[in-house]
Design a protein around this ligand. Sequence first.
Ligand code: F6P
Length: 319
Amino acid sequence: VKKIAVLTSGGDSQGMNAAVRAVVRSGLFHGLEVFAVQRGYAGLINDDIRPMDLRSVGDIIQRGGTILQTARCKEFMTPEGQQIAADNLRKRGIDGLVVIGGDGSYQGANKLNKLGIKTMGLPGTIDNDIPFTDFTIGFDTAVSIVVDAINKLRDTMSSHERSSIVEVMGRHCGEIALYAGLASGAETILVPEVPFDLTEVSQRMVDNFNLGKRHSIILVAEGVCKGEDIATEITKNTGIEPRVTVLGHIQRGGTPTHNDRILASSLGDFAVRKLIEGESGKGCGIIKGELVLTDIDKVVNTKRGFNMELYELAKRLSQ
Ligand code: F6P
């Protein structure tokens, strides 16, 4: 490849800017021409593509969001849209594309790869729901935000001897709930991957108060149900009225942690080097500290496993 482009797509995540910076600077370092696409796949269709230089990505490593903006683009879902996108890259001689995003973005990269554009996927999502990588870019920051919020909730909940239900993001998966729950000592973690019984959850809350606990925290992943629904059931079962906090998009903002910046920098550089080596149609990831490539086809057709060991650990330690 001689010319490459980079785009961010789907829900943004902290560290996307660090990844864009790494792709641009690594590409330029290796003598490539590097372009940026604005607003994800919508920008490819609308031909919103511009050349980048070293300074275009200055002062962004510490910023949340994405300077390239992002969009969920319906037109790109159609074969016609995908063809226009590929043609817009080709007419500039761009033959490599790095896509930073989640599951839907990977599916787009897979389509473009089949149209002859050499694509690399970087896992950019707070959800940590992409397989073949231990962590996605943004997850570490999102978990830190949730843990910080729970620290604050604990103060007021303990004072009032209340119980708290915290609803966190994760469209189809419980990774944020699991990691934040373990890190903050939540009594109960409700995730879509593990069935649960609300009568037991309610009883546990009563038992905890009887054991002398001054507060009780239930973390619920949005993929399970609304925190309010859990609260209603618990009140029915116990008479206790838990307070519900929905953290929402707060979890997607703010400065990325050093872990996310380092992950984004390593993966961005890795993607460029692999494109230069002739790789294409791959997702980049990190497994046990090693950078790895996996066929995008395989990534989009595999469901990420759930770490039951961590889940059981959180349960044992929260008694
Ligand atoms: O995929 C990231 C994510 O933040 C999910 O956790 C959440 O369900 C979804 O995006 C929210 O999407 P939107 O920003 O479109 O409301």
